[in-house]
Design a protein around this ligand. Sequence first.
Ligand code: GAP
Length: 451
Amino acid sequence: MAETHVTMDKIVSLCRRRGFVFPSSEIYGGLGSTYDYGHYGVLMKNHIRSWWLRAMVQERDDIVAIDSAVILNPAVWEASGHVAGFSDPLIDCRTCKLRFRADRLEDAQCGRKPSKRPGEHSECDLTAPRQFNLMFETRVGAMEDASSTAYLRPETAQGIFINFKNVLQLARRKPPFGIAQIGKSFRNEITPGNFLFRVREFEQMEMEFFVPPDEAETWYRYWIEQRLNWYLSLGLRESMLRVREHAAAERSHYSSGTSDIEYLYPIGWQELEGVANRGDFDLTQHTKSSGTKLEFVGQEGERYTPYVIEPAVSIERIFVAMLCDAYDEEVVGERERTVLRLHPLVAPVKAAVLPLIPRDEGIASRARALFEQLRKRHTVEYDDSGQIGRRYRRQDEIGTPWAFTADEQTLEDETVTVRDRDSLAQERLPIAEVASWLDAALERPWRSPKP
Ligand code: GAP
C-alpha cells in the first residue's frame, strides 16, 4: 500500500508562509474553514482550471461549455431532490454545544475530552439525529416571505440539466455530447475541515455527458479511465491514486453507478473526484416539474431521454492533492530545503529570472530583458532580493521548475545558467535560446521524482 509522509499541517503552513492560501476574514477572527487564495494560489488554480477546460472542451468535438447562474429558480432544487433529500444526519451535544454528523461519529472528538468520541464521556448529552439540509438559503428581492426563498447552488450540475434544450438546439448537438461547467458551489457542511478538503464554498468542475441509454455503461467506464489519465498526465503519482466503486447502499439517490477516484491524502484515501452514471433521473425530473420535454428527437423521429455520465470534482480537492503529492523535504549539502515538485504545467510560476549581482547594471539589464521577453508567454518571476541561495529556496518552495541566472559570465558570452528544481542540475544556455528552451521544456513529459 502507498504511504504518505506529508502532514496536512505542513501543507497548511507552506500555503500560508508562501501566500498560496490563508484563513479568510482573519482580522475579524476568521470564519471557520473558509479560506482566501493569495497570488500563487490564484495562479495555480488558474492552471488547474485551464488544463481541465482544455481536456474537456478545447481538445474535443463533443463537449461545449456553459456558465449558469448561482441562484436558480428554487423549483430546480425541488425537482432535483435537493430540497427533500440533500441533507446529513446531525447530532447536537447539549453539554459542549458542538455539532456532529451522526454517520461520522467515529471520526469526531468529544468537546470535553478529545481522546474520546462524542457520547463516550460521562457528561456527553447527545440529541437524537435529525436531518440537516446542506443548502444555504437566501432571499431574492425585497419580500421576506416564503415566496422569496432561494438557494445558493450546492452543485453546478443542475444549471447544466436545465439548459439541456438550449444546448441541443443552439449548439446543434446530438448524443453522445457533453456540457462542461466550472463555478462556485456552496454547502453548509456540518463538519468542514482538513484545510480545503471539505469547505463550505468551493469551485466545482463538472461535466454532464448525455448518451443513448444503451451506451451508458460503456461511457461510464470510458470517463473513469479518462479522468484517471488526466491526473496522471498532470503528475500525480499512480501509487497515490485508486478507483473505488460505490456499493449500491452508498450511492446518491440519482445514481445507478458511482466510482470515486481517490487520492491518498494525509487523512487517508479520500474522494478526489466522483464519476457517476445518473441515468435519466435529472432530465426526467425536470421534464415532469417544468413541463418542458428534455429529450432527444432524431431525424427519423426516434426519441429518448438520454442517460447522463458525470465526472465531478472541486478545484480545492485537486489543489490539495497536488500540493501533497509535490511536497518534499531534503538535505542539500548542509542545508535542508523544502521543495514543491509540482508538474511544470500546474506550477504557479514557470520560471524565475535572477540577476546574480543585482547592482551590476550589465547583469541586471540582461536579466530584466530576458524576464520581459518570457513574461509575454508564461507566468515568470523576477527576483533580485537577497542572497542567491535564498532566492533559489524561495522558488523551490513555490514549485518553480526552472531558474535562469545571469552572472559575470553573461557579460562575456551572453549566456545564463538554467537550474532545474528537481535535479538541481545546472547548464548554460545562450540568452537568445532561453525562450524556445522554456517552451520545449514545458512540452516535455514530466514524472515526479518522488518514490
Ligand atoms: N454533481 C454531483 C456532485 O456534486 P458530489 O460528490 O457531492 O457530487 C462532487 O461532489 C465533487 O465536488 C467531489 O468529488 C469533490 O471533489 C467536490 N466536493 C464536494 N463537496 C465538497 C466540499 N465540501 N469541499 C470541497 N470539495 C467538495
